[in-house]
Design a binder for this molecule. Structure first.
Ligand SMILES: *Cc1c(COP(=O)(O)O)cnc(C)c1O
Length: 388
């Protein structure tokens, strides 16, 4: 099957929800990917921030294979070691008290939404269910997380949406204005990824956190994209100097396997009770073994390394003629460019560089372990494409 045949098969049999780039990913090593015909790509996208340690990382593979040799799935009717060990490690590193495991970012957020409403129901009774999210946020594609997503363009076709959400301007004043007697939670992406890699202001976020605490409104931080070392901090809330009541993560957590986590801090640790939530696949032992390998290596040294690579890339990007501004934090990078972002991304791909887009920006989420040679090769292609 050549690439043309692959494309035709995909088009014939797969639901047409994706406008894919014209490249096949067949194999790779580190931040270098290859198609079946041998064409190579530098990877500045890591599968949308998922392959945190790149492709074919030896320690990760060994951990995953060792678990595959034992058992691939158990269901949550029974105990498994990787799940318990991962939960402990996540709590120790994040400051959370308990974790619920699922399979994706949307599910992690779905769980956070349910838990926030139950926390309020348990304490205040019916009617306190309203959740404030931000304009231009992205929280997922399920009915509730789509309802939570503050983008009108995504609120079509599927009416009625889940009620009880409103969308605030990304400031303290904006959030305060949307909060009322019936508000149980505020949900934030500290750096809005899908809508253009825009970081919220630290002072505004700290004011929102203090306000929420005062009113017993739960602060939910969506770290699906920002989490697990991506920003040069284990979680972005650590950079912002706040402690959420619930934090969610997924993308990079298991280094390429599906895994979502909803982390409950002190206030919400006992909110979910037997039977109140669940997932058949959630916390799959193979995914958890992969996550243990990744998370145990995201230590101070690695985070400093990420910060160093981020500074290197950002310095070079800021100097490029075709770049108007550079946004985000750490290795979560947004580029405002003079060209159309999709066209520029396609041109990069033709020359052997994979980049992402976010609205009309170029978005870079390279593997945390990307090498200097790979960074330089990618920067060179990007510079050529953007300055044409
Ligand atoms: C990707 C993303 C999600 C959705 O994650 P899925 O795994 O695709 O369900 C939710 N929130 C944020 C901030 C994301 O970046």
């Amino acid at each position: 099957m050549d690439f043309q045949e692959l494309k035709e098969k995909d088009k014939s049999y797969i639901a047409a929800t994706y406008s894919r780039f014209a490249a096949e990913i067949y194999e790779g090593k580190g931040a270098t990917l290859r198609a079946e015909d041998g064409k190579e790509y530098i990877d500045f996208g890591s599968g949308i921030g998922v392959n945190a340690f790149g492709v074919n990382d030896e320690a990760w593979k060994a951990a995953v294979k060792a678990q595959l040799d034992k058992v691939q799935h158990a269901s949550n009717l029974y105990y498994t070691r990787p799940q318990a060990e991962l939960a402990e490690l996540l709590c120790r590193k994040s400051g959370a008290a308990r974790v619920f495991f699922s399979n994706s970012g949307a599910e992690a957020n779905e769980c956070a939404i349910k838990a926030a409403r139950k926390y309020s129901f348990d304490k205040y009774g019916e009617g306190r269910f309203h959740i404030v999210t931000l304009k231009n946020s992205f929280h997922g594609r399920t009915m509730a997380t789509l309802s939570a997503t503050g983008q009108d363009a995504l609120h079509r076709y599927f009416m009625p949406f889940v009620e009880g959400f409103s969308y605030a301007d990304p400031t303290f004043a904006g959030v305060k204005k949307e909060c009322g007697e019936g508000t149980c939670a505020v949900m934030l992406e500290l750096i809005q990824g899908e809508s253009g890699v825009n970081a919220l202001d630290e002072k505004e976020v700290q004011k929102i956190a203090a306000f929420c605490k005062e009113r017993d409104i739960l602060l939910i931080v969506d770290e699906v994209q920002t989490g697990n070392g991506r920003t040069g901090y284990l979680y972005a809330y650590q950079y912002y100097g706040i402690v959420p009541d619930i934090a969610t993560t997924a993308k990079g957590l298991a280094g390429g396997l599906p895994l979502g986590a909803t982390m409950f801090f002190a206030k919400t640790a006992d909110t979910l009770t037997a039977g109140s939530h669940g997932s058949t696949f959630g916390g799959n032992p193979v995914s958890c073994a992969g996550a243990l390998s990744v998370l145990s290596r995201i230590d101070k040294d690695l985070l400093l390394e990420v910060q160093g690579k981020a500074a290197y890339l950002r310095t070079h990007l800021a100097r490029m003629r075709g770049v108007l501004s550079v946004s985000g934090l750490g290795l979560m990078i947004g580029l405002e460019i003079k060209k159309d972002a999709r066209e520029a991304a396609e041109k990069c791909l033709e020359r052997g560089l994979m980049v992402l887009t976010a609205k009309n920006k170029i978005r870079l989420l390279p593997p945390l372990t990307i090498g200097k040679g790979e960074m330089d090769a990618g920067l060179k292609i990007l510079d050529e494409v953007l300055s044409e």
